[in-house]
Design a protein around this ligand. Structure first.
Ligand SMILES: Cc1cc2nc3c(=O)[nH]c(=O)nc-3n(C[C@H](O)[C@H](O)[C@H](O)COP(=O)(O)O)c2cc1C
Length: 172
């Protein structure tokens, strides 16, 4: 006996990332789970970011972004960044997260995150409601404690309100 399901339920666990974008003048943070490696050589990762988000607009303009890996205790701030838009609020100010200079990219890293991947956009693919940004990782660095295995980062199990990712199937 099989029953219809929400397909995304079975894609978890995933990481929750906080992507930073923009520049010294105006930067933003977006919570992103749809992010994965897509090439080892060159090192490429792909992030699906909603059309119409402030982040997509900034990334389309600067062609750069940073994938920051937040520790579990930042969960409330991850949710804040995932439920508010940079069009309305300054998420660094609202969350108290600390912007710090990145190595090569103009957007800041988030000081409280434990790993950072600075990316240059190599390709943009329009998918359904998202734009898939393929980024080449030009810098990757992490807290020593994470590298030594003294800190762990939890996987997110998709335990946020289901309405966010309710699938609209097109039966074909
Ligand atoms: C846990 C979590 C994960 C999310 N993952 C994604 C994602 O992978 N892609 C996406 O476009 N939006 C995702 N969102 C929603 C965006 O973070 C949300 O639309 C955000 O308000 C956009 O902000 P911006 O307009 O400042 O760019 C996620 C939200 C949460 C809470």
């Amino acid at each position: 006996m099989k029953t219809d399901v929400e397909y995304l339920e079975f894609m978890w666990p995933m990481r929750h990332f906080l992507i930073t974008c923009g520049d010294e003048r105006k930067s933003n943070i977006i919570a992103v789970s749809f992010c994965m490696p897509v090439s080892k050589e060159p090192p490429l990762l792909a992030c699906a970011i909603g059309r119409g988000t402030y982040s997509a607009k900034l990334i389309e303009s600067t062609k750069e972004f940073i994938v920051n890996l937040p520790p579990e205790e930042l969960k409330p701030k991850i949710y804040y960044c995932g439920f508010h838009s940079g069009y309305q609020v300054d998420k660094f100010k609202a969350t108290g997260l600390t912007p710090q200079p990145a190595r090569q990219v103009k957007a800041p890293i988030i000081g409280e995150c434990v790993a950072h991947m600075e990316c240059k956009v190599r390709q943009e693919i329009e998918t359904g409601d998202k734009i898939l940004f393929i980024g080449e990782v030009i810098e990757a660095y992490a807290d020593e404690a994470l590298v030594k295995g003294e800190r762990k980062v939890e996987y997110a199990k998709g335990d946020f309100p289901k309405k966010i990712y309710a699938t609209r199937f097109r039966r074909v």
